[in-house]
Design a protein around this ligand. Structure first.
Ligand SMILES: Cc1ncc(COP(=O)(O)O)c(C=O)c1O
Length: 450
């Protein structure tokens, strides 16, 4: 309750003259680096014993401070636009990661990536998989990548039948549509089915796509953008279809750390020998701990044959993983648990907070809080059908384009996630709650023609 009041008061203080303007008065204390910011913020809000300091600091962070960080999320839309599109979080950095990066700077360790650093990351990633998800991964089969999308390219080029179409359940993360196409591969979109508003994989559709010649299935779990976290039974059913068709799977598990209470992440390759034999897993610390600019991810292989193939072809894909990124990822896996728990707790509150905001001011928008990820998948198809609404996009203007122009909120256009996403937007709610409230207020005002 106390927390709620605090959020309410921040709605007033943090938003006045800050969100939406470039000249807000609230500045990061001292204007120094983030370590100093954390220290000062923790000092000023030293009531961690009665409430979560992570939440207090998050709620206190203003749009001006976020813009000053200069990330793509807060700069792409231009002055006054709130970025809620790209999957980044607005919550700073976990202390163990910051410490690891400061050590890298102190040592001036900016050379090419050493085997020692890679081994440290592989061991840390394997330990995370084992301790968190019960997947016993051989660290020798954890390989560095600059990013997960490079892992997808590798899966297509190295592990799928040459020229074969790629099978993609949709709505899907946008590059899953564009990367195979850029490699000359057809993408067979398999729209997910809505099961009581909850998306489920269309197994018959996936089977048919294999029968059409598809070979590699992209399986994103937790799924971006729809936020599903698949159960063991669902994954086992997928495995049966893949195995029956002699297919392969690229398992993108980058969002696995971002799971809400009650959820369990089951690495697809960990199901058993069958999935281990046909899966290439891509993961990273970059979503859970917000490190995408540091360029580091992991490809986890789960059988000897793939390991042998990788020994021959892997180095070109591994190149580009950054030395600071590898150290930061190692620190995340080894010591980032407490910060992640705070971040997920905050996001858990935010996914519910968003439900309340939408119910109050945009009730026509369909929203089911995600089971994982900090992405909200908003069904806007009925939004403009209500006669009371005075504003509506012109023909051919997508909801995302409408909200950018009229609400100055930059969202992801659902159509970029595949045909099944048309009429939807993806909203990133990993932002301070006062800013989330401002996003929804702006969207509602835009729809009402204000
Ligand atoms: C499901 C999924 N895979 C991959 C990525 C991109 O990761 P990377 O920057 O490591 O390529 C994202 C980023 O949002 C994502 O959501």
């Amino acid at each position: 309750m106390l927390f709620f009041h605090l959020v309410q008061s921040f709605h007033v203080s943090a938003l006045t003259g800050a969100v939406g303007g470039d000249s807000g008065t609230r500045k990061r204390p001292g204007g120094g680096g983030s370590l100093q910011w954390w220290r000062e913020a923790l000092f000023r809000y030293n009531f961690a014993s009665v409430m979560n300091s992570f939440a207090a600091i998050a709620d206190q962070t203003t749009a001006d401070e976020l813009r000053a960080r200069g990330s793509q999320k807060w700069s792409k839309g231009g002055p006054g636009v709130i970025g809620a599109f790209v999957a980044e979080m607005d919550f700073g950095v976990a202390p163990p990661i910051e410490a690891a990066l400061l050590e890298v700077i102190k040592r001036a360790e900016f050379g090419y990536l050493s085997q020692r650093a890679v081994d440290g990351m592989a061991a840390a990633c394997a330990a995370w998989q084992r301790d968190r998800y019960g997947w016993d991964v051989d660290p020798g089969r954890v390989h560095p990548l600059p990013d997960v999308i490079t892992g997808l390219s590798a899966a297509i080029r190295v592990f799928s039948r040459p020229g074969s179409p790629v099978i993609l359940p949709t709505p899907a993360y946008m590059p899953f549509l564009t990367v195979p196409a850029s490699l000359g591969r057809e993408v067979i979109q398999v729209p997910m089915a809505g099961d009581g508003g909850r998306y489920v994989l269309d197994l018959d559709g996936i089977d048919a796509a294999f029968k059409r010649g598809g070979h590699l299935l992209i399986l994103c779990n937790p799924s971006n953008p729809v936020g599903r976290v698949y159960s063991r039974a669902e994954l086992a059913a997928v495995a049966e279809v893949v195995a029956a068709n002699g297919g392969r799977v690229f398992a993108d598990e980058i969002h696995a750390p971002l799971l809400y209470p009650g959820g369990t992440h089951i690495p697809y390759a960990s199901l058993g020998e069958v999935t281990a034999a046909h899966t290439v897993t891509g993961t990273a610390a970059s979503k859970g701990w917000n490190l995408p600019g540091l360029k580091c991810a992991q490809l986890v292989l789960s059988n000897d044959a793939d390991e042998a193939t990788w020994a021959e072809h892997g180095s070109t894909f591994e190149h580009g993983a950054s030395t600071p990124g590898v150290h930061a990822s190692t620190a995340a896996y080894l010591g980032g648990g407490p910060w992640l728990a705070d971040a997920v707790a905050y996001l858990d509150g935010s996914r519910a907070f968003l439900a309340g905001l939408l119910a109050e001011s945009l009730p026509e928008v369909g929203y089911r809080p995600p089971e994982g990820t900090y992405l909200a998948w908003l069904d806007c198809r009925d939004l403009f059908a209500n006669g009371d609404r005075t504003a509506a996009p012109a023909a051919g203007v997508s909801p995302a384009e409408f909200f950018l122009a009229k609400a100055r909120v930059l969202l992801t256009d659902g159509a970029a996630c595949g045909e099944a996403g048309r009429g939807y937007v993806r909203l990133n709610f990993a932002t301070p709650r006062p800013i989330l409230a401002e996003i929804v207020r702006r969207m509602a005002d835009a729809v009402s023609g204000r």
